[in-house]
Design a protein around this ligand. Structure first.
Ligand code: NAD
Length: 296
């Protein structure tokens, strides 16, 4: 299949490489020449704008961009996708953005005859490289079926979440819970260790008891508990605190629009905001435990 791909960063780069490995012909664009070069080496054709990708004779276009403002400019801008794409080409945005913006761009696409899906992912850069991402997809069922074989080359769990925007809804709800649970685990681990328990023993108890969750078991924030977790290598790599802050902002903003209380989500957002202000935005989000234990 001829596929357009826009946004070849930490996530989009390896995702596009997996499409190339699956035998698809890629037509790519990114503002960074370095990001493009890696794909060209794998056989992709480099183009110089979203408009050129739209006119490249592709059947599907996928975007993986930082935030809503980039998605809007790539889709709705003068030299953007919608002003140039032929009717019927399937558009898939995998960026994590707010559900409202996702619905706005999809409605504009649909108005001119282009089906569009929001398909944010979870699984991180490791999952992107291994082709094991989870895709949370919003849009019409027929478009989901059409996208499925393409998404399968990049992910393992491809889930239809309902109408347009619902992929983003699933993503912000999951990441809000993840932020809250990480802070909870950091608080509990700090309390236990300060009261005299060995961190590894305490984590073992949590993980075989009712406190168990992804943040305690797979990405425990206490150094030394898990050899391969960011906590055991100075909180480097992993999922950056500033990315968690962005996702918590999406959740609290979306909640505000419908007056839905997200009391712990808002508190988590404020904690990550103050953590970022202290200069820790680049550390893995488990480093939030530093708010409780200065010496870590
Ligand atoms: P990134 O910053 O590494 O990559 C974004 C890419 O988009 C860059 O190469 C940049 O040059 C390009 N870009 C920006 N504006 C552009 C434009 N107008 N036209 C063309 N290219 C443009 O970000 P990432 O880590 O790949 O994340 C992408 C999205 O995936 C974000 O929404 C993020 O929240 C989400 N996400 C990231 C992770 C993760 O672990 N990194 C996990 C899940 C979801």
């Amino acid at each position: 299949m001829n596929i357009g791909f826009i946004g070849l960063g930490n996530m989009g780069g390896p995702m596009a490489l997996n499409l190339a490995k699956a035998g698809h012909r890629l037509h790519v664009f990114d503002l960074s020449q370095l990001a493009v070069a890696q794909l060209v080496e794998a056989g992709a054709r480099s183009l110089d704008s979203p408009a050129a990708v739209a006119r490249a004779g592709v059947e599907v276009i996928i975007s993986m961009l930082p935030a809503a403002q980039h998605v809007k400019s790539v889709y709705l801008g003068e030299d953007g996708l919608l002003a140039n794409v032929p009717k019927g080409v399937l558009l898939i945005d995998s960026s994590t953005i707010d559900p409202h913006s996702a619905r706005e761009v999809a409605a504009a696409a649909s108005k001119q005859g282009n089906p569009m899906l929001d398909a944010p992912v979870s699984g991180g850069t490791g999952g992107a490289a291994a082709g094991t991402l989870t895709f949370m997809v919003g849009g019409a069922a027929a478009d989901f079926d059409r996208a499925h074989p393409v998404l399968s080359a990049m992910g393992r769990n491809i889930v239809h979440c309902g109408d347009s925007g619902n992929g983003q809804v699933a993503k912000v709800a999951n990441n809000m819970l993840l932020g809250i649970s990480m802070i909870g685990v950091a608080e509990a681990m700090s309390l236990g260790v300060s009261l005299g328990m060995d961190a590894k023993t305490l984590a073992g108890i949590l993980n075989t008891s009712s406190g168990r969750c992804w943040s305690s078991e797979i990405n425990n924030p206490y150094p030394g508990v898990l050899e391969n977790a960011p906590a055991s290598r100075g909180y480097s790599g992993g999922f950056g605190s500033d990315l968690m802050l962005k996702d918590l902002g999406l959740a609290t903003e979306a909640a505000k629009q419908i007056r839905q209380p997200v009391i712990l989500g808002a508190l988590a957002q404020q904690l990550y905001q103050s953590f970022s202000l202290q200069g820790h935005g680049g550390l893995d989000f488990s480093a939030i435990i530093k708010l409780y234990q200065k010496d870590l």
